[in-house]
Design a protein around this ligand. Structure first.
Ligand code: NAP
Length: 305
């Protein structure tokens, strides 16, 4: 029996993908904040006939992430679950205030979307059973995008990753546009990381990035001003706009279906189409610097713990 790990299974895209993974018969390791929502989705997945383990983890605490990786390794090594064939790094958020810091002192959006997943994937790489897939969840917002600009999510403004990881300072919030830039930077980091990871892992692990399409109205921007959230919910009802119910099974498909077995090199899949990324998202110098800076950021957090 195949085992798949997914982060952020409690709502939105991750919840729909979790149930679609269960429908495909994969046992599941659900990494999310412990509580009722995690137990509920675990129960729904179990009702589909697969084995499910809940791994309580707040991704804004790297100590929690390291502990989650230890828990996963114990389950695998004891034979309690079958080989780990897919890791889906789905959890994400757009923090409403870029002064907010994770438990390790890093800007919250970068910490949860990117750093936590780099830690988890790095810790679990040796535990993946070839042929294995790592699927990261990215977003088109890394480059100019008219629809997302309507919701004040501008394109990335790349800087050195150590600077990106620093929370903003000052008495007043830098505002929601700054939050959007932080989100786009974190999503550009995910694409760069996927390219570099593929160069560094063995041939038995395929790395890709999934873009679910614009799903206005999910809880992703739950910290945004209410008027913007209301606009998101209204836009989410337009026929043809992506929704978790439509994109969740597409994400499960990229993780498990034979159709995507050859997908690698950080290929960018928009729902069900492999799409060329913009030139800004292919940058060997930035990718290699991100790898090095990530090791520094994760290493210093571990030393401080
Ligand atoms: N919505 C869009 O238009 C869109 C477009 C492109 C890409 N994406 C990406 O798709 C992914 C899913 O987004 P969504 O729209 O489904 O958002 P969502 O409904 O808010 O779901 C986000 C998931 O991430 C989890 N999460 C957030 N912070 C966490 C933390 N500190 N520790 C553990 N789990 C945490 C949430 O858990 P809790 O339930 O505990 O909060 C939830 O399960 C994200 O990576 C997002 O960037 C979304």
């Amino acid at each position: 029996m195949t085992t798949t790990l997914i982060t952020g299974p409690t709502r939105g895209l991750g919840r729909a993908a979790t149930l679609a993974l269960a429908d495909r018969g994969s046992d599941l390791l659900l990494v999310g904040r412990a509580g009722k929502a995690l137990s509920e989705v675990a129960g729904e997945a179990r009702a589909r006939g697969v084995q499910v383990h809940e791994i309580g983890c707040d991704l804004s605490r790297l100590a929690d992430v390291r502990a989650a990786a230890v828990a996963v390794r114990e389950l695998l090594d004891s034979g309690a679950v079958g080989p780990l064939r897919a890791l889906v790094a789905n959890a994400g958020l757009m923090s409403a205030d870029t002064r907010a810091a994770s438990a390790d002192g890093y800007e919250m959006t970068f910490a949860v979307n990117y750093l936590a997943h780099a830690q988890l994937i790095g810790d679990l790489l040796p535990s993946l059973a070839a042929p294995a897939r790592v699927v990261l969840v990215g977003s088109n917002t890394y480059s100019a995008n008219i629809w997302r600009r309507m919701l004040r999510v501008p394109e990335a403004q790349w800087r050195d990753p150590v600077a990106i990881a620093e929370p903003a300072t000052g008495a007043a919030s830098p505002g929601f546009t700054a939050s959007g830039v932080a989100y786009s930077n974190a999503k550009l980091a995910i694409i760069y990381y996927a390219h570099e990871l593929q160069r560094r892992v063995g041939p038995g692990v395929n790395v890709s990035v999934f873009e679910p399409g614009w799903m206005p109205g999910t809880a992703l921007s739950r910290g945004a001003p209410e008027a913007m959230q209301a606009m998101g919910r209204a836009l989410g009802r337009i026929p043809g706009v992506s929704t978790p119910v439509r994109s969740g099974p597409a994400l499960a498909s990229v993780a498990l279906d034979d159709r995507w077995a050859g997908l690698r090199d950080g290929a960018f899949v928009v729902v069900d189409q492999v799409t060329e990324v913009r030139p800004v998202a292919n940058d060997r110098a930035r990718e290699s610097r991100l790898w090095e800076a990530t090791a520094e950021l994760l290493g210093s957090a571990a030393r401080r713990a």
